[in-house]
Design a protein around this ligand. Structure first.
Ligand code: ATP
Ligand code: MG
Length: 386
């Protein structure tokens, strides 16, 4: 391992093509030192390829990989201050936990490993399992051994490729928090690859949403969620209701019309490509949890100044903390509304006439010249390539 002074991971113009197929389009990406960074995207969008180019396991077709000020593009993997944890963990089955963790030190000829291994065992809370073999451990425990085995080399950057993929949902959630704790404790840069948007949002300071070999948007989880720039991000990160509309009045507050309904949204919440002039076509976006439902009989009680749409409940599913409604409206088929289960209105059942209403501030605007379905489950947009 080479010692380089700390620094950001910087990819400039990095791309990868296989024959005529472009897996990663030229990419500009900076991962600040010490951050927890997630690469999020659907299967085949180029996450692993990007990670492997940072690790040195894949030669980029174009571009440069910097670690701090150092160009490492031509360095072999073992000379980069980078370690990778793969989905399969790849532990040595014949070695116990201690020896698996000590492996990197032993390979470098370091004899006295006890102190460092003990520190790692404590960090990943596996002190009682030091003498077990991998097959005597649960998936989550094996995963922690894999993390410890990588961290003992004091990499500048730890790359994690779907490391929680093999775990069941509950353990996955637990390990997400565990990995976040470890990262905060050791303070090194983690680059975590996942196709699970909740996982990315739970763990990362910064999420880069990838689509078809490109980073479509990058930002803090809450920022991406509240202000998606594209329909792909709006749909891939959680659920968005997207309503086709036309601008009536432009200003700092934009008034639009959608099938006769007048809606308002702040100009500041429109993506840069959104046409906000009068007559422009845009997509009005609102998240399902931002919408309140009122029975049509109570329409008069809805406060002034809220966006409102009428419709009929097509479907409702009780899922414990919330009830998820699907509403048919002339403005938009299949609007989704999530209502917390606090005081439930017994009249809100399928077939009921309702009014959906929400604060205009909670509305975002997107360019209508893109597929509304991009990023939804099963849409081709999640795997458009080259
Ligand atoms: N050696 C290769 N030869 C040709 N095509 C490849 C090769 N490796 C990867 N690809 C293609 O490049 C694209 C990106 O692959 P990559 O492994 O980076 O995807 P990913 O985002 O990690 O997906 P997943 O979530 O399924 O792991 C895919 O379409 C894949 O088929
Ligand atoms: Mg992958």
């Amino acid at each position: 391992m080479t010692d380089t002074s700390g620094g950001d991971v910087r990819l400039t113009g990095i791309s990868k093509t296989y024959g005529s197929f472009t897996a990663v389009h030229p990419l500009e990406l900076t991962v600040p030192q010490g951050s927890f960074f997630a690469l999020l995207g659907a299967s085949g969008c180029g996450k692993t390829t990007t990670l492997r180019m940072i690790a040195g396991l894949e030669d980029p077709t174009t571009g440069t990989v910097f670690l701090g000020d150092k160009d490492v593009t031509d360095l072999p993997p073992y000379k980069r201050p980078v370690n990778t944890v793969f989905q399969s963990y790849a532990l040595f089955p014949h070695l116990n936990v201690t020896e698996n963790i000590a492996f990197g030190l032993r390979r470098r000829g370091i004899k006295s490993v006890k102190k460092q291994v003990d520190d790692m065992l404590e960090l990943v809370q596996l002190g009682d399992f030091a003498h077990r073999k991998p097959h005597q451990l649960s998936g989550g425990q094996q995963q922690r051994v894999a993390v410890a085995r990588a961290l003992i080399n004091h990499p500048q950057v730890l790359l994690l490729d779907e490391p929680l993929g093999a775990l069941d949902l509950k353990l996955r959630r637990q390990m997400q928090l565990e990995l976040k704790r470890i990262q905060t404790e050791v303070g090194i840069t983690f680059i975590h690859v996942t196709h699970d948007q909740e996982e990315a949002m739970t763990m990362a300071d910064t999420v880069a949403v990838m689509n078809g070999g490109r980073v479509e948007q990058l930002g803090a989880p809450a920022d991406l969620y509240e202000n998606p720039n594209t329909t792909f991000v709006a749909n891939f990160l959680g659920t968005s209701n997207l309503i086709e509309a036309e601008v009536l009045e432009a200003g700092s507050d934009i008034t639009v019309t959608a099938s006769g309904a007048k809606l308002h949204l702040p100009a500041g919440r429109c993506s840069t490509s959104t046409p906000t002039r009068s007559g422009g076509k845009l997509l009005v976006g609102v998240r399902p949890e931002k919408i309140s439902l009122a029975h049509a009989d109570d329409a008069a009680k809805i406060p002034e100044g809220r966006n409102r749409i009428t419709g009929r409940i097509a479907d409702s599913s009780f899922i414990g903390v919330s009830t998820q409604y699907v509403i048919d409206s002339p403005v938009c088929p299949e609007l989704e509304v999530y209502a917390q289960n606090i005081e439930r209105d017994a009249r809100l059942v399928p077939g009921a006439e309702v009014v959906l209403h929400w604060n205009p501030e909670h509305t975002f605007g997107l360019d209508a010249a893109q597929s509304m379905l991009a990023g939804t489950v099963g849409s081709a947009g999640t795997e458009e390539a080259a």
